[in-house]
Design a protein around this ligand. Structure first.
Ligand SMILES: *Cc1c(COP(=O)(O)O)cnc(C)c1O
Length: 455
């Protein structure tokens, strides 16, 4: 028998020791791809293995391939860290091993989500009557929101899309910015609209949708699902939600806001004006694992019309009927069985409180501006107006910019991803981690400039 104390205690100690190294360890992985694969590889073993040995083998195999994404100098993608309480809560969620899809299977998981959902709507300025689904992330939240939109516009035209599908359905227009996130396209593929259905609206200089152009596109036809954005993944720009949602309302359409990280601007008085009018939308998607700094996987699908939300994605089966089978957590997400991700969300919100979330947002934005200023002083071009936590950096031309991105990752002080925006290559800085300090920013900017000087 394996001693459970030893095994889980050892796993927790390993995680603690790893996290203690985050401020200092090189950010990128230390092994090469082949070595990392080889460490896990080989044929499927025939014989069982004691859990303690499994843990040892896993630790050794993973070490060379771990990226310090949870650390203070990882600025790639839009990657939050994980707050102490949220990490601890996630360890408990693994230990408790609750199935959060059904209220009867875990009243505690359902209650934590219920409470955290109310807190989130309050914090993000969403209507208190909106429904909340605890999904895997922004991708899933966009799919849920657009499924609700599809249900609503089809029902308005007298069509039951859940029963009859889209073949032969009344036409539903899809309108979105040219600068929408790629996950919107994947959601449209999965929902049967296809990506060719998108009627594109141009964007302004910093990447926010051109509202006058939206008015023109809407005037050309019938009711539309309109995808708006809070937080352009390249520039951080937010669409004018008050004007955009009002236009969509007047036109009889459905506005969905992809606010994977940008919706969190609502949580601070200093940035809330960027998402003014947010409450006028019909559905919203955001992430917990980005700016709220809870562990992966965690996102939220909110809908102004709970009955539309559940009509679009609810499900039932004979063996679930005893539960009542309506309006349980699984009626608002795409998953049936899933882990209790609400515990970590509840814990993060409890740790930070309203003031702590606002301070986290403000600090990340201030540090993004500090990073931009330091790089600009060192001769880099900053391509965007740094309105939020994203910075686009360019050194001369595309090839040099890409070489510098590679060099920075190899150098190890910090980690930046590259991106293509409007046909040109950039380094993309996203400051999204609660533990990043101004010293981390200064060290990182120096490292980037040092690498640039050598390329
Ligand atoms: C990250 C992001 C998404 C996708 O979210 P995931 O959590 O990766 O599924 C969607 N939209 C925007 C604007 C994002 O930044």
């Amino acid at each position: 028998m394996t001693n459970t104390w030893d095994l889980l205690g050892e796993a927790a100690s390993t995680a603690i020791r790893y996290r203690e190294t985050l401020p200092d360890r090189p950010v990128a992985e230390s092994g090469d791809a082949a070595a990392i694969q080889a460490a896990f590889g080989g044929a499927l073993p025939d014989a069982p293995c004691p859990p303690r040995q499994v843990l040892d083998e896993l630790r050794r195999a993973a070490e060379g391939g771990l990226v310090a994404t949870a650390g203070p100098r990882f600025f790639g993608f839009v990657t939050g860290g994980s707050l102490p309480s949220a990490t601890a809560a996630d360890i408990l969620a693994a230990g408790w091993d609750q199935c959060a899809g059904l209220t009867v299977a875990s009243p505690a998981a359902a209650a934590a989500e219920q409470c955290a959902g109310e807190w989130l709507k309050d914090l993000l300025g969403l209507p208190a009557t909106a429904s909340t689904g605890f999904v895997i992330g922004g991708q899933s939240a966009n799919t849920v929101g657009l499924a609700a939109a599809r249900h609503h516009l089809c029902a308005e035209a007298g069509w039951d899309v859940e029963r009859d599908g889209l073949a032969g359905a009344p036409p539903v227009r899809i309108v979105a910015s040219v600068e929408r996130h790629a996950t919107i396209d994947r959601s449209l593929r999965l929902l049967g609209f296809g990506t060719a259905a998108v009627e594109e609206v141009p964007a302004g200089p910093n990447g926010a949708l051109d509202v006058a152009a939206l008015a023109g596109v809407l005037a050309r036809g019938g009711p539309a699902i309109v995808c708006l954005q809070a937080g352009n993944v390249n520039t951080g720009a937010c669409d004018d939600l008050r004007a955009g949602c009002s236009l969509v309302r007047d036109h009889g359409g459905w506005s969905h806001v992809d606010g994977a990280f940008g919706l969190w601007a609502a949580a601070s008085p200093r940035t809330a004006s960027l998402v003014d009018g947010i409450e006028l939308a019909d559905s919203w998607a955001t992430d917990g694992h980005k700016w709220l700094n809870v562990p992966y996987d965690s996102g939220f699908a909110f809908c102004a019309r709970p009955e539309v939300h559940s009509a679009a994605v609810s499900y039932t089966a004979p063996y679930l009927v005893a539960e009542g089978a309506t309006m349980g957590p699984a009626d608002f997400t795409l998953e049936s069985s899933r882990r209790a991700r609400g515990f970590a969300v509840w814990a993060a919100l409890r740790e930070l409180g309203r003031d702590g979330v606002a301070a986290l947002v403000d600090r990340c934005c201030a540090l993004a501006r500090r990073f931009a200023a330091a790089l600009a002083a060192g001769g880099a071009e900053i391509a965007n107006d740094v309105v939020l936590n994203q910075v686009l950096v360019r050194f001369g031309d595309d090839a040099r910019t890409d070489r510098i991105a590679d060099g920075v990752r190899r150098e190890g002080t910090c980690w930046l991803s590259g991106t293509t925006w409007r046909g040109r290559r950039y380094l993309r800085v996203s400051v999204s981690n609660f533990s990043t300090t101004s010293d981390d920013i200064d060290r990182s900017a120096e490292a980037v400039l040092r690498v640039a000087a050598s390329v």
